[in-house]
Write a protein that binds this ligand. Structure first.
Ligand code: GFB
Length: 311
């Protein structure tokens, strides 16, 4: 990629897409193109083909997806599988058809088997059953990885895939029903503090382990990989994580402290825990010369400041 390359950023308003936009702009990339959902419905094949034919992007970051936390995944599985399959198939096929030089597809750590050994190595893909609460989303993301792989195999394209761990940061979804745990807890602790409430309720047992990465680190990793590596260097895909995880109980205590809430933490055991642990093995990423820079505490503090600035 050079600074004048025409780069299509799909999903530029989301958590990851907006971070990619900030990163690319700060590095001087001056020919970025985007479309809002209203301007281009990525589930419509003809609309996507027309867009690619007209714009002929040279590089594509595929960060558009239907995403959500454990409850949203479990409640709307048909939407998660359908929308993600359509978006991926349309963009990946159009990228092949209209000669995109390199594409980066974003997957998710939930593609791994529920009970795979930890940390999760790239080679564990498709070696066991998936976590039930997000099977629909995971199947769609696995299909995206394999679309890239098979287009590379048959057509000689250069479509690389990355598997991020649980991400958080500015422009996340803070809706308590559909969000991931990080924005949900930032909001719950903040509102409880402001309203002087005695307790905050977290879902599940608090025992599951999760690995969290600030989305600015994620964006930095994606741009670094797109700038420096091709499919032959990366292989089928590469994990992007920080290499350590914490329990949801510990995360709750940390957010409680950062927000400055002084009440109790209660558990709602009627809500699912999800997969017990999903810590990514980052050996391959490290060998490619990249590591995360933002500590969990700094990242949460920065995200909490951003959240308050939106109020
Ligand atoms: O982030 P989260 O929704 O998704 O939940 P997953 C992580 C853990 O936090 C679960 C607990 O054990 C939740 O029960 N938790 C505690 C909460 N309190 C809350 C709360 O108030 N809200 C939420 N949302 N969780 C998702 C997948 O799994 O992770 C997606 O469903 C995707 O497909 C994404 O892979 C990264 O980490 O369990």
């Amino acid at each position: 990629m050079d600074k004048k390359s025409k780069i299509y950023l799909a999903g530029h308003r989301g958590l990851v897409g907006s971070a990619l936009k900030r990163r690319l702009e700060s590095k001087g990339y001056s020919n970025l193109i985007f479309r809002t959902h209203r301007e281009l419905d990525l589930t419509k094949q003809q609309a996507v083909n027309e867009f690619f034919e007209r714009e002929k992007p040279e590089y594509v970051f595929l960060a558009a997806a239907k995403v959500g936390g454990i409850l949203a995944n479990n409640t709307y599985p048909a939407e998660f599988i359908y929308e993600n399959l359509m978006i991926e198939a349309n963009i990946i096929h159009a990228s092949y058809r209209y000669g995109v030089k390199k594409l980066l597809f974003l997957g998710s750590s939930c593609i791994y088997p529920k009970l795979a050994p930890q940390p999760l190595k790239e080679e564990y893909l498709l070696t066991g059953s998936l976590e039930e609460t997000n099977e629909a989303y995971a199947i769609a993301k696995i299909a995206g990885i394999r679309l890239c792989k098979h287009y590379n195999q048959q057509y000689g394209t250069n479509f690389i895939s990355v598997m991020p761990t649980n991400l958080y940061g500015p422009n996340d979804n803070f809706d308590l029903e559909t969000s991931h745990v990080m924005p949900a807890l930032i909001r719950k602790f903040h509102e409880a503090k402001v309203k002087n409430e005695p307790e905050v309720v977290i879902w599940g047992t608090g025992k599951p382990l999760r690995e969290f990465m600030h989305v600015d680190d994620m964006a930095d990793a994606c741009v670094y990989l797109m700038e420096n590596f091709n499919i032959d260097d990366i292989g089928e895909f590469v994990n992007i994580g920080v290499g350590k995880d914490i329990t949801i109980g510990e995360l709750s205590e940390l957010i409680k402290e950062i927000v400055g809430f002084e009440g109790e933490i209660k558990k709602d055991l009627s809500k699912p825990d999800g997969t017990p642990q999903k810590l990514l093995d980052i050996t391959k990423l490290s060998s490619l010369g990249w590591k995360a820079k933002i500590s969990l505490k700094d990242g949460i503090e920065q995200t909490y400041e951003w959240y308050q600035s939106q109020k």
